[in-house]
Design a protein around this ligand. Sequence first.
Ligand code: F0G
Length: 367
Amino acid sequence: ANQWRGVIREYAERLPEHVTREVVTLGEGGTPLVPAPALSERTGAEVYVKVEGMNPTGSFKDRGMTTAISAAAGRGARAVVCASTGNTSASAAAYAARAGMVCAVLVPDGKIAMGKLSQAIAHGAQLLQVDGNFDDCLVAARKLAEVHPVELVNSVNPDRIEGQKTAAFEVVDVLGDAPDIHALPVGNAGNITAYWKGYLEYAGVATSETGPGAAPTAVASRTPRMWGFQAAGAAPIVKGHPVDQPETIATAIRIGNPASWQQAEAARDDSGGVIEAVTDEQILAAHRLLSSEVGVFVEPASAAGVAGLLDRAERGLVPAGARVVVTVTGHGLKDPGWALRTADGSEVVPTRVSADVVSIADALGLG
Ligand code: F0G
């Protein structure tokens, strides 16, 4: 039987040639596009979630890391570096391990989820907890890569965007055309940039600049409106200025000065979309709804797109019957503690019973 071959081999003709020479892959991409009736009912739209937690390291970052590490390997690089709120570091560490490269990661001290920290360490990264936030880490990582023989694998590296654009291709391949609206969380703004690039290329509006095999043929008849959502305490694009002390429980998007700010604004404006803010309460409510009714467990930041969609639906801003895809960016097991709190903030304590069927039936209310 044929197995999914990872995004580089599946979409080679739409990627720059230099990422295809020495392919480092863990089989990323090919993630499920799951219909979400619970969200369709609440919004009056036809809603699907693109479950990016199903990637090998549990987030969408793997799509861009296979291309970034493959390009680095093709150039004979021995070492890579990234700044990260957690998922990029987990992904970089795994792909670098696979390629036999050294991987250094800079993370904000105390502000990354345990699952992500564990992954980076398990995959052998040199992990440094920096006394600063993500934005400070990124400035340092960029400088380090300028003056030392290490390649930067943050999304400011164009090879990352090339890989991540494949998620838009997959959506169109499954739906048969672009959706009307594509909603997603925005942090450093690489992903909204990548989706928009992918949708433009698949609509034949743009081609991959670097690839000799670039295919200008249109696969989609149109492009979606891009709806991006930042956390209210870390919403520089919404506010129109950098945020010095970004704060949100959604640590993955706790970013005050996104590197791809301009590209995100272009995606918003050129698509006729929006970038708005959602509160931590809205993010946690969407997180619970995804788990309890859609059946998809995500980390809090990943629920920001759903939170934003619901917020706009409440304001009457979701067109009836619109086809909406929401990217849920990372797996719930990355940061599982949030599931053990109820809506009012109290701790969930599992019920203890003795190992006999009568007590168990009784505890289950089957008495
Ligand atoms: N969702 C998750 C789970 C993320 O980890 C990130 C970014 C985003 C959304 C936002 O995507 O930055 O492309 O706008 N995480 C980065 C990291 C910053 O270091 O893992 P973006």
